[in-house]
Each structure stands twice: as structure tokens, then as C-alpha cells.
Design a protein around this ligand. Structure first.
Ligand SMILES: Nc1ncnc2c1ncn2[C@@H]1O[C@H](COP(=O)(O)OP(=O)(O)OP(=O)(O)O)[C@@H](O)[C@H]1O
Length: 872
């Protein structure tokens, strides 16, 4: 090391050596600075300027920095881009360091490692989603998965064999997954799950020392009180806790006792099915186009998180679903009650997250106020529910909403109505709460009044009207006059009172004995007031944390009430029905609808055609129909109805009877996976194999055009064999959409297979989509007509018709394809002279438009007009 900044750089390098995998935010005054490779990487990721600061071993040191006050936004960007960030703070006042000698460096320490799975800041989190950190451990061949949301304190665990890990992670969508280092077979995990995968030393997953760590965390002698955990579960939990200790530098978040989940209790939905059904994320990654976006009417963030969890993991337990349904039914039938609850819920804050920030000492006065507000809402909700005959779930929730009145009263009495964000500047404790604080504040404020009086007095003594008493950080309080009065002020008698301190370009500044004394008094009183407030904050925080257990139960109850009333609001608003669920293998839906497609159509002023589906007697439906007729929509809507029903919601149908579905498989819409070297066809076959190997007789399988990605006869043969297997071996319920009309012959031979088709009408050579599903088979594909609608050149469409006709008549007469093709007239000869095309009304309308002259509103109106013309 050869430069002047050596001691500081030495400190930087030492700290950096302790966190080699993270970018180091090194606090220097009002900035977090980054150096060397960290600076280069961060400057690029954040798109900020890269500069230099001194030299190290003869080379320039790269540097970049972000202001502390806006650091959160930069942190978020870095975390989203997959970085981990270590934050090194100054652990002492620079003045302290100076006392040790002019060359000494301010003490700094890493106070926290910020990783995707360990965020707590409001600004860094999506309020309506969980932020899970997961850990997968294995002991003697038995696997287990544990997951925690540090921002709410929830902790869960369950046995999870290695093959089930992918589907479970797809359900939970954790932001970060911990695995033991050198565990083979996890190469693709990051890509598959979108989570950051972090490897920990094997020691972190040791179940023996892990048990001790967990017992001391929960202050219990054994974990039996929370459930009977397997060793692998303990290993996974222990790894989670150790990682939190590492990242939070010993300051553990509030962690609730682990909840043991049972894999058997949730409907199984694999990752491909989740993608295909777009349960909580649409294919474009957004929430809006997904089922979640279409059904979310929750008014609290915790309610929204619960909804996502329910849609991601619908239940398989009849009694659980029925209890949830009963709550929704009660509120659907009593709309005023539901509305009143929703009104009160709007006043509730995110209690879990406020609590978690307070536990980590990252909370402020607003978090206390959030808890006060939520307790208030809880009391109102409990009162609203009081006295009515309630279904069990609501009665239980109502019971959990009371009992914390004392804490509420304490907070209410202690806090001002709208406290500031930061505790630093005080001003959040209400007057009248603490006599000492009131007294200190009185002294401080009186001092300010005295200053005003003193200014008037000095104006009189000096005869200088423009004299002012001001304050700055260097001089404290001082008297200021303009330079024109210099002579007078510096001469007797005034110079005996006013001591000259500073001359600026136009002003002279003075202090007086009296002013200095007053300043000390004001400062002392102000400092004392701040100190007292800080202590009161700590004691309020202590009172809140002491009630963390019941507060957690209350937060959960509020989320349940929110979810039940939001489902009720949805059911009423959208005219949904209460599905009848039982243990049978029935599946019968009358006038079912697809909630997401229906919403999109509604926005465009169109209505959705409801369709029936009955798999109760013939469990497999073979669905044919032209492209664009609505086959995929029909397939998906039936799967979504099963998901909604088992999540406890009403469903978009006139009537529905559903025997519990154990697993859903959906293969709708092709996708390839070029990153993993799989073609569309290969992906399709891998997924089909998974379905045939796993589907049981309670499964619901929806398959769209299996086999279309290969040659016709291969495709047809595969589709045929798959259908036979589903019918004879899997014996599941399912809908199978296909363009192979030959397959419908199979339906006649298999007793459990029925045929259905999406109806269309032909009108002047074009197809008109009716979107009606009827029993029977489609007479033809209408592929050429649909292609024409899509705007294929007229010549190509005409030619395709000729080829189709020849192929069809040839096939009827039993000709060989090659012979048929040989007989076809050549394209050039067959192509009709380009006839003068008739212009359509849409084209006529468009010809009139000059785009630049349109206002946005006019443009929108135009789209509606064109759309209406298209439908004519
Ligand atoms: N029941 C319905 N009522 C009204 N409109 C519908 C209905 N079903 C589908 N549609 C409309 O038809 C469009 C096409 O539907 P879908 O994608 O399901 O067709 P498809 O038969 O699967 O087509 P392809 O075979 O080309 O994949 C939808 O985007 C929607 O706008």
C-alpha cells in the first residue's frame, strides 16, 4: 500500500475480506462508498458515475457512492439484480476517532448483510406479497423444506423429498433458497425457481447443534411443544436461523414458532401447471393478468398475502374448505356486514411488518402508530361481529381480535395523532403522557419565546431596527446587523455588551453573555426532551414486543376476515356461486366462466359465454373445435374453478359440484425451454410424461393439443395412446383438446370418454365464433378461415383452400397423399389473377383517419368503433 489513504483503505480491505461475496457499502459521512471491483460492478448496475480515489499498489482505486438518504432505492436495484450488499456503518463519532490521533480511522463494522430473502424495509418489499427465505436440508436421505418471512416473522417447515422440492418452491416462490454446499443436482435450481440460491457450509444444516440453536431461540427445553419434527426439518430450520444470524449480525428478527405443514393437505400443482394456469403470476410476470389479479378484492396487505397463499396452495381438506366457505357465505348473504368490516379493515395497517421492524430496531414512531391504528380497527371489527350468530371461522377470528385494549390505550395516550417517520427529531410523544418530557419541552419552547423578547430589547438598546437574532450550527445563536452599523456596534458603549464573532460580506455577527446562557438552557432542555422521548419510545416498543404473540394472532385473524369479506364482495359483484364440494369424483359445472378472460372482455364491452362441463359420469372430455373458438379458455376455466373452490372461494358459474381434486395438471399453450436445450416438442413430452406418471384418480388433467409439435401421424398416435393411458391407468378426470378429429372415434370405444366441441357458424365463407361448448364433434377445423381472419394474403388463403379440397376429396376416395400432391395444379397456374379486392368497412374507416390529428380519447373511441365493425 502506497498512498495517503492507507489506514482507511486497510480498514476497508479488512472489512471486505469478511464479506467477500457481497458488495460492501462503506459508510463515509453522508455517503455509502464502494471501492475497487465493487465500485465497477455497482456503477454499472446502478448506472452511476465511476470515479477514482487515490492509489493502491500503484493502481487507481475505482470508487462510486450513493447518498445515505436515498440508499434504499439503490439497494433495491442491486438486490433485484442478484447482488448481496454488506452495510458497514461508522460505529463512533468522527470526533472520537480524532481524539486517538489525527491519522486514526473511524471505527466501522458490518451491521447487516442485505440479501433478497432477508429484506425488512417497507420500500424494498412488495406489501402484498410474502418475501420468503427457504432452506432445504437432508438428513440420512430424508429431505425437509423450511421457509420464513423475516418481514412478518412467519416460519414453516415440512418434510420434502428431493423430487418434491421444485413444485414446492414453485408454490412458495421464495426470493432466496439456502442449500448445503456441494449438494449435487441443484445446478438448475436458480433458473427453475427464479430464486437466488445461497450455499451454506454443511455445519449450518447439522441437526444436533441445530436443535440447541432452535431451543435457545424459542427459549424452550425441547421443540415438542411446537410439533414432532423430523431431523431433516430441524436441520432446515437451523440453517434458516443461522443464516438470519449471519445476515443480521446477531440481531435476530421476531420469529414465530415453526408451523408444521403437511404436504398432503394442499392440492398439488407443479411448476409447469402454475405457469400455464397463471395462478398468481401471468406469463408476462405481472399480477394483473393472473387469476390473483382478477380476484383480489382484499383491502389489507396481509389479506392480499393470505389470498396469494390460498390460491397457490388450495386445500385438500374438506372440513377446512367448508369452514372457509361458510365464512364467505355468511358475508355474501349479509352484504352490509361485509361492507362494514371492509370499511374498518381499511384503517388497519400492516401489523406483521411493523412488528418485525420494531423487533429488529429498524422501526420508527409510525410503526407504533400503525399498531395503534390496527388495534383500533380490530376493536371496531370485533364490535361489528359481536352478537351475531357467526360461522366458526369468523367467531374464532372475532375472539382473537380483542384482549389488547390496554396496549391500545397506552399507545393512544402516548403518541401524537400523526407521528413523524423518524424517531431522531422527536415530536411523536403526545403532550400529557410524561410529566418530565412536558417540563423539558416547556423550557425549550419558552427559551424560543425569550429569544424573541431579547431581540426586541437589543433593538432598543442599540437603536438598530434591522438587528436580528439568528441561529446556525457553527455559532449557535448570534446577533446580526448589516455592515452599515459596524462602527456603532464596535464602539463603546455597545461593544461592552456585544462581543464581535464574525464579519461576512455584508454582515457583522455578535454574541452576548446573556444569549449564550440562554442557548445552553434551550439546548439542554431540547436535548433532554429528545432523550426522554427516545426512552419512552423504547419502553413503548418493549410493551409492543411483549405482546408480539397475541398481536400475531390478531394480525392473522384480521387477514382471515379480510379474505372472507373480499371473497364475499367478489361473489356478489360478479355473480358467482357457492360450489358444492364433497369426497366424490364428481365434476360438474354449469355455465362456468373464465374470470380473467371475462374481465378483459368486459373492459372491451363484450360478454363472456358461460359453458357447462360435466366429468362426473364420463370423466374425460375430448374437445374439438376450430382455432380461436375458445378451447384453451374452456380448459383453463375448469381448472381455475377447481382452484378457487378449494381455496375457499365462490366460483364463476351458475352451479358447481366438485369432488375434491388432489392434483391439477395443465399442459395448455406451448413453450420451449431453449436455455435448457429443449424444443417445444421435448418440453411437451417431458411434461406429459410427468402427468402420466403422477396423476391419480383424484387428479384433474387438462391437455391442449398433445402431439401437435411433430409429424401428423406421430402426433396422432401419441395423443391416442396418452388418452388411453389417462382413461385406463390414471383414471383421472380431464379435458383433452385436439385438432385430430380422428381421435373422436376413440371416444366411441372408451366408456369414460365423451366428445364436445366449441361451436362456430359459417357466414359468407367466414367463421363466426359462438364460443359455445356443445356435446359432439366438430365437423371441420376452419383453419383456413381463421388464417384469413389473421390477415394471411388472399392468394395464400385461396391456394390453401384448393390444396385442402384436393386433400380432403382425395382422402375420402382413399388416395395416397403423394399422389394427391402430384395431381395438384401448380401454384402459379392455380393462383387467380389478383382480383380487385373489395375494401372492408374497417379499411374504409381507416382510410379516413389521420393519426396525428387524433386525441387519445378519439383514438380510443376509434378502436372501439373498429372493434364493433370487426364483430359485424
Ligand atoms: N366463452 C367465451 N365467451 C366469449 N369469448 C370467448 C370465450 N372463450 C374464448 N373467447 C374469446 O376467444 C379468444 C380465443 O380463445 P382461446 O385462446 O381459448 O381459443 P382456442 O380455441 O384455444 O384457440 P387455438 O386453438 O388457436 O389455441 C379468447 O381470447 C377470448 O377473447
Amino acid at each position: 500500500m502506497t498512498d495517503s489513504a492507507t489506514p482507511m483503505m486497510a480498514q476497508f480491505l479488512e472489512i471486505k475480506a469478511g464479506v467477500p461475496d457481497a458488495l460492501l457499502f462503506y459508510r463515509m459521512g453522508d455517503f455509502y462508498e464502494m471501492f475497487f471491483d465493487d465500485a465497477v460492478a455497482a456503477a454499472e448496475a446502478l448506472d452511476i458515475a465511476l470515479t477514482k480515489r487515490g492509489k493502491h499498489l500503484g493502481e487507481d482505486i475505482a470508487m462510486c457512492g450513493v447518498p445515505v438518504h436515498s440508499a434504499e432505492g439503490y439497494l433495491l436495484t442491486l438486490i433485484r439484480k442478484g447482488f448481496r450488499v454488506a452495510i458497514a456503518e461508522q460505529m463512533e463519532d468522527p470526533a472520537e476517532a480524532k481524539k486517538r490521533g489525527s491519522k486514526s480511522v473511524v471505527k466501522r463494522e458490518v451491521v447487516r448483510l442485505v440479501t433478497p430473502g432477508t429484506l425488512t424495509e417497507e420500500a424494498l418489499l412488495d406489501a402484498r406479497r410474502h418475501n420468503y427465505l427457504a432452506a432445504w436440508g437432508e438428513v440420512r436421505g430424508e429431505g425437509a423444506l423450511a421457509w420464513a418471512d423475516m418481514s412478518t416473522g412467519s416460519v414453516s417447515v415440512m418434510p420434502c423429498p428431493r423430487p418434491a422440492l421444485g413444485p414446492e418452491l414453485a408454490r412458495l416462490t421464495p426470493k432466496e433458497v439456502l442449500i448445503a454446499e456441494a449438494d449435487p443436482g441443484f445446478d438448475a435450481l436458480e433458473e427453475e425457481t427464479g430464486a437466488v440460491v445461497t450455499e451454506l457450509g454443511r455445519g449450518a444444516f447439522d441437526s444436533g447443534s441445530g436443535l440447541q440453536r432452535l431451543c435457545s431461540l424459542y427459549e424452550v427445553a425441547s421443540l415438542d411443544a411446537f410439533g414432532a419434527f423430523e431431523r431433516a426439518e430441524i436441520a432446515a430450520l437451523a440453517a434458516l436461523v443461522q443464516y438470519l444470524e449471519i445476515t443480521q449480525r446477531g440481531r435476530l428478527p421476531l420469529l414465530r414458532p415453526p408451523q408444521r405443514e403437511d404436504r398432503q393437505s394442499a392440492m398439488r400443482i407443479d411448476a409447469a401447471t402454475r405457469r400455464s394456469l397463471e395462478l398468481v403470476r401471468a406469463q408476462d410476470g405481472g399480477r394483473e393478468g393472473a387469476l390473483l389479479g382478477a380476484v383480489d378484492r382484499t383491502v389489507t396487505a396481509a389479506g392480499a398475502r393470505l389470498l396469494e397463499a390460498r390460491l397457490s396452495g388450495p386445500s385438500r381438506r374438506l372440513e377446512v374448505i367448508r369452514a372457509r366457505q361458510a365464512a364467505v357465505a355468511h358475508l355474501t348473504e349479509a352484504p352490509q356486514l361485509g361492507e362494514a368490516l371492509r370499511g374498518h379493515l381499511r384503517g388497519a395497517a400492516d401489523l406483521d411488518r411493523a412488528l418485525s421492524r420494531l423487533a429488529l430496531e429498524r422501526g420508527g414512531p409510525r410503526d407504533l402508530a400503525a399498531i395503534r391504528g390496527t388495534l383500533e380497527a380490530a376493536t371496531q371489527i370485533a364490535a361489528t361481529l359481536d352478537g351475531a350468530a357467526l360461522p366458526d371461522l369468523l367467531a374464532e377470528a372475532a375472539g382473537n381480535l380483542t384482549g389488547l385494549e390496554e396496549l391500545h390505550d397506552l399507545l393512544d395516550q402516548a403518541l401524537v395523532a400523526e407521528p413523524p417517520l423518524l424517531a431522531r427529531d422527536g415530536g411523536y410523544i403526545a403532550p400529557g403522557h410524561d410529566a418530565d418530557l412536558d417540563e423539558a419541552r416547556r423550557l425549550r419552547d419558552e427559551g424560543r419565546g425569550v429569544i424573541a423578547g431579547m431581540q426586541a430589547e437589543y433593538i432598543e438598546t442599540s437603536g438598530i431596527q434591522a438587528l436580528k437574532i439568528k441561529h446556525n450550527n457553527v455559532l449557535g445563536y448570534f446577533v446580526e446587523v448589516t455592515a452599515t452599523h459596524a462602527e456603532k456596534m464596535l464602539a463603546p458603549p455597545l461593544n461592552a455588551v456585544f462581543r464581535h464573532r464574525q464579519t461576512t460580506a455584508n454582515q457583522l455577527r455578535f454574541t452576548t453573555q446573556e444569549l449564550s446562557e440562554l442557548e445552553t438552557r434551550i439546548l439542554n432542555a431540547g436535548g433532554l426532551a429528545l432523550d426522554l422521548e427516545r426512552r419512552l419510545f423504547d419502553s413503548l416498543r418493549g410493551a409492543v414486543l411483549a405482546a408480539a404473540g397475541p398481536l400475531g394472532v390478531l394480525a392473522r385473524a384480521l387477514a382471515e376476515v379480510d379474505l372472507a369479506s373480499s371473497f364475499a364482495d367478489l361473489a356478489r359483484g360478479e355473480d358467482w356461486c357457492r360450489p358444492d364440494l364433497d369426497d366424490s369424483r364428481a365434476f360438474s359445472v354449469d355455465r362456468g366462466r373464465h374470470p380473467v378472460v371475462e374481465r378483459a372482455l368486459k373492459r372491451a364491452g363484450q360478454s363472456f359465454i358461460g359453458n357447462d362441463c360435466s366429468l362426473s359420469t364420463e370423466p374425460l372430455w375430448l374437445l374439438t373445435g376450430p382455432n380461436m373458438a375458445g378451447k384453451s379458455t374452456f380448459l383453463r376455466q375448469n381448472a381455475l374453478i377447481a382452484v378457487l373452490a378449494q381455496a375457499g372461494s365462490y366460483v364463476p358459474a351458475k352451479k358447481a359440484h366438485i369432488g375434491l381434486v388432489s392434483q391439477i395438471f395443465s399442459r395448455v399453450g406451448a413453450s420451449d425451454d431453449l436455455a435448457r436445450g429443449r424444443s417445444t416438442f421435448m418440453v411437451e413430452m417431458v411434461e406429459t410424461a410427468a402427468i402420466l406418471n403422477q396423476a391419480d384418480d383424484r387428479a384433474l388433467v387438462i391437455l391442449d393439443e398433445i402431439g401437435r409439435g411433430t409429424a401428423t401421424w406421430d402426433g396422432l398416435s401419441i395423443a391416442w395412446a396418452v388418452l388411453e393411458h389417462l382413461h385406463g391407468v390414471n383414471r383421472c378426470r380431464g379435458i383433452f383438446a385436439t385438432h385430430y378429429h380422428e381421435l373422436t372415434q376413440l371416444a366411441g370405444q372408451l366408456s369414460g370418454v365423451a366428445t364436445a366441441t366449441v361451436a362456430v357458424r359459417e357466414f359468407k365463407g367466414d367463421v363466426v365464433f359462438l364460443h359455445e361448448v356443445r356435446r359432439g364433434t366438430a365437423d371441420r377445423s376452419y383453419g383456413v378461415q381463421v388464417a384469413r381472419l389473421a390477415g394471411l394474403p388472399e392468394a395464400v388463403v385461396t391456394r390453401a383452400r384448393v390444396v385442402l379440397e384436393a386433400l380432403e376429396s382425395g382422402a375420402r376416395e382413399g388416395g395416397r397423399p403423394q399422389a394427391l400432391i402430384d395431381e395438384l395444379p401448380l401454384f402459379a397456374a392455380a393462383a387467380p389473377p389478383p382480383a380487385k379486392r373489395q375494401t372492408s368497412r374497417i379499411e374504409e374507416e381507416l382510410a379516413e383517419v389521420s393519426p396525428d390529428a387524433l386525441s387519445p380519447r378519439e383514438a380510443l373511441d376509434l378502436v372501439y368503433r373498429l372493434k364493433a365493425l370487426g364483430a359485424d
